[in-house]
Design a binder for this molecule. Structure first.
Ligand code: HEC
Length: 126
């Protein structure tokens, strides 16, 4: 009896963690992060266009180097990356590892929660 209860407890603990992490992605926090960490180079929203970096509307499912009003690096154009949750997460974490030779000058974010928040915010521009 006690054993069953313990196993059940362990199971709920395990299943609760990933759900909590996903549900906790915070669009407002992502917006604040985008404003301080990305917006000096990237635009999103209506009338977004290339600035120091390409605009990021509809980024999920977009091919890397896919906008027509930005001059990408050869590395980005040749990368054949398609932006998804996974590739974006990896790129934001360390741009040069996903696209070696990219001209995006950004050290990367190491905090997974911050990246989730950022992605939740970018998702609102799909
Ligand atoms: C200092 C300017 C700068 C900052 C800050 C910056 N980026 Fe970039 N980003 C660029 C440039 C320039 C490119 C194009 C890179 C290339 O062509 O190699 C780029 C490319 C990208 C791409 C690929 C877009 C495409 O069309 O393929 C994504 C996604 C991206 N950045 C996301 C972000 C996010 C999210 C942040 C904030 C966490 C950020 N960037 C911060 C300059 C920047």
């Amino acid at each position: 009896m006690r054993r069953t209860a313990l196993v059940l407890l362990a199971l709920t603990a395990f299943t609760a963690i990933p759900t909590a992490a996903t549900a906790a992605a915070d669009i407002q926090a992502g917006k604040a992060l985008f404003t301080t960490r990305c917006a000096s180079c990237h635009h999103v929203g209506r009338n977004a266009r290339a600035g120091f970096g390409p605009q990021l509307n509809g980024i999920f499912g977009r091919a890397a180097g896919g906008t027509s009003d930005f001059q990408y690096s050869e590395a980005m154009r040749a990368s054949k990356v398609v932006w998804s949750h996974d590739t974006l997460r990896a790129f934001i974490h360390s741009p040069g590892k996903v696209v070696p030779g990219t001209k995006m000058r950004f050290w990367g974010l190491s905090d997974d929660k911050q990246i989730s928040d950022l992605l939740a915010y970018l998702q609102t521009f799909q």
